[in-house]
Design a protein around this ligand. Structure first.
Ligand code: NAP
Length: 288
């Protein structure tokens, strides 16, 4: 059986580690901030490793879930020293394609395999083991780690070479921006009209406008609750990646540009660590 370690026990990593632990596949787990790691360990009943190196040394497969590009490169540099040739690193963070390639090159110098496997499905998907994963890299290596992925995902798609998982995730993040814009604006409009928003979410979720974000964030936004979820600051990071993929071509995407302006406003007001549904805060002001 594959021995798996999870590095990074945030909103996504904690759920992944929990599901791997329940299936008997979790060899170790580590988080940079110990208190947060302890919280995840207690919640799911696994033991927290004291160092990244000791966590990585127990496993054939290390799954990383960290915030941004430089964080992944820092973690990968440490994994390269701790792991053995033939071991595998699967990164589920959202990064640029270039960072995925740099991580792969760094590890390849030590004979360690790398796959970029960004995910979608939110914190709820990670907790329920129902994420979807888009993977770049060697398909045989992907097949080898499928027993672990079966526990944390409901769908895995091999997209092509290293970086193609992240390119697919960039497509997803543009859609998420548009959905966030549409749902928060429409819900602020609905609330302004005085409708029963429970009924609005219930009935519209089953029609043509139904979507994951409406179902999972529709009611909480109307109650002015914006617990992450997916942090505004992280989605901003992802939309910058999408922008950078287009810089040479002088192309600007309206949904990306508009959402970045809105996220900057939320960050300036101190809402960067809230869920992206906090965009509802700005939409509500349109009706004042
Ligand atoms: P999060 O709750 O903010 O957690 C981030 C995790 O990364 C924490 O465990 C943090 O450790 C760790 N970390 C950050 N920098 C690090 C470093 N330099 N070295 C070691 N650990 C580091 O974020 P999240 O929502 O779980 O997201 C994780 C990744 O998945 C991001 O790339 C995000 O874009 C992506 N993602 C998120 C969602 C979502 O709905 N939340 C969905 C799909 C993909 P500390 O506790 O020490 O800060």
């Amino acid at each position: 059986m594959l021995k798996t370690t999870v590095i990074g026990l945030g909103a996504m990593g904690a759920g992944m580690a929990g599901n791997l632990h329940r299936s008997g596949m979790l060899a170790a787990a580590w988080n940079r901030t110990r208190a947060r790691g302890e919280e995840a360990a207690q919640c799911h009943g696994f033991t927290l490793s004291t160092t990244l190196a000791s966590a990585a040394q127990c496993a054939d497969l290390v799954i990383t879930s960290v915030s941004a590009d430089q964080d992944l490169l820092d973690v990968v540099a440490q994994l390269a020293q701790a792991m053995q040739a033939g071991d595998i690193v699967l990164d589920t963070s959202t990064t640029s394609m270039e960072t995925a390639q740099q991580a792969a090159d760094l590890l390849a110098a030590h004979g360690i395999h790398f796959l970029d496997g960004p995910v979608s499905g939110g914190k709820e998907g990670a907790e329920k083991g129902k994420m979807v994963m888009m993977v770049g890299g060697n398909e045989k290596i992907l097949q080898h780690i499928m027993p672990a992925l079966d526990v944390i995902t409901r769908k895995v798609m091999h997209m092509g070479s290293i970086g193609s998982g992240q390119a697919t995730k960039a497509v997803n993040q543009i859609m998420v921006a548009g959905i966030n814009q549409a749902v928060t604006e429409a819900m602020a409009f609905g609330q302004h009209t005085g409708l029963d928003m429970h009924k609005v979410v219930d009935v519209l979720s089953d029609g043509a406008a139904g979507n994951w974000f409406l179902q999972h964030r529709g009611l909480t936004m109307c109650q002015d609750t914006f617990d992450p979820g997916f942090k505004v600051a992280l989605h901003k990071k992802d939309l910058h990646i999408c922008q950078q993929m287009l810089t040479d071509k002088d192309i600007r995407l309206p949904v990306v540009e508009m959402t970045l302006v809105h996220y900057d406003r939320l960050l300036e007001s101190g809402y960067g660590d809230e869920d992206i549904s906090a965009l509802f805060r700005l939409k509500k002001t349109l009706f004042q």
